[in-house]
Every structure is written in C-alpha cells, then in structure tokens.
Write a protein that binds this ligand. Structure first.
Ligand SMILES: [Fe+2]
Length: 183
C-alpha cells in the first residue's frame, strides 16, 4: 500500500514550534481520530483507513496561505481560501485525492450557488464531499473548532447541527443524512 509521509508535508509548510503549528496539529489530530473511529465502525478497508489518516492530517494545510489572527497565519487571502489553497498545495505534492478532501471539507460542503450568492472568493463550483472518505472527514471536522479556547472541545450533535443549519436548508438536510449514516 502506497503511503504518504504526511508529517513531512505538514513540517514543510508549517514551521514546527510556531503558533500555527500548535493549533494545526491538535485540530487535525482530533478530526482524524474521530474520522477513523467512524470509518472503523463502518468496516472500511485498511487502505481506506490509511487514506483517512493521511487526508485528515492534511485537510487544513491551506490555512498557511490565509490571513488569520488566531493562528497567526501570515498569508494574505481570506479564510475561506484555505479550501482552494489547500487543494493547490496537495496537488503540487502529487496528492490529487488528498487535495479533494482539502477542497471539500468545509461543513457538509459548499454549493456553487452559495459561492455566487455570498460572493465567496472561491473559483465557482460545488465543493461538496462525494466519496465516503471525503464525507467522513468533512463530518468529523464539523465537531472541532480551530479557535485556541475551544480547540479540544468536541461539539455536541446539537451544536454541530446549529453550525450547519446556518448555511441553509440544503446543508441542514445533508447534516441529518450524514448523522444517520455516521453516528
Ligand atoms: Fe478542519
């Protein structure tokens, strides 16, 4: 089974010991741990589990290119661009499957019409998880914030639903479907 040394990639883009690193690492570890638990419960294969581990640990790598005060990211782009930038980084590392996870992990996904309506600075298309691995990582990410104060606190199902419901009925419906599937 081909494996990716995700720590080598994390350390290449985020300086070990930096504030960004101290937030990035716990966040992606918590999300990946939750995702792997779900994947095991659903009896996914060893290969799928390994992919979830790698893609989970890399899913937020795009934050290095955005401007964010909490985790002291020195980039210039707005936060939402961590999706598209993460995908660019992972594609440049020869990881197109992992890149899809980075691009599609926000909430239950972002639809093209939402990008247009909210004038989000993302190239307009659907950023919606399609594979089971993409969905499980997206789902797990809903439960963890990257704000330092709440870094280790897992949201309840109700809190997570409230976060997603803010994005509209369509997102709410997907949340309910995924909840049945994964919890
Ligand atoms: Fe995340």
């Amino acid at each position: 089974m081909e494996q990716t040394d995700y720590f080598q990639i994390i350390n290449k883009y985020i300086e070990p010991g930096s504030k960004t690193y101290s937030i990035y690492l716990p966040h992606v570890t918590l999300v990946t741990t939750k995702a792997l638990k779900i994947a095991q419960k659903l009896n996914l294969s060893e290969k799928q589990l390994r992919f979830i581990e790698e893609a989970g640990m890399l899913h937020d790598i795009g934050i290095v290119r955005v401007k964010d005060e909490y985790f002291e990211c020195a980039g210039k782009l707005p936060y939402i661009c961590h999706l598209s930038e993460g995908a660019k980084i992972l594609e440049s590392e020869g990881l197109p499957k992992h890149a899809r996870v980075a691009e599609r992990h926000a909430g239950v996904g972002i639809f093209k019409w939402q990008i247009e309506q909210q004038k989000l600075l993302l190239p307009p298309k659907d950023y919606v998880p399609e594979t089971i691995e993409e969905k499980i990582i997206g789902w797990s990410d809903i439960f963890f914030s990257k704000t330092p104060r709440n870094l280790f606190r897992e949201r309840s199902q109700e809190e997570a639903r409230t976060v997603i419901a803010k994005f509209g009925k369509e997102n709410e419906k997907i949340f309910d479907e995924w909840q049945k599937e994964f919890e």
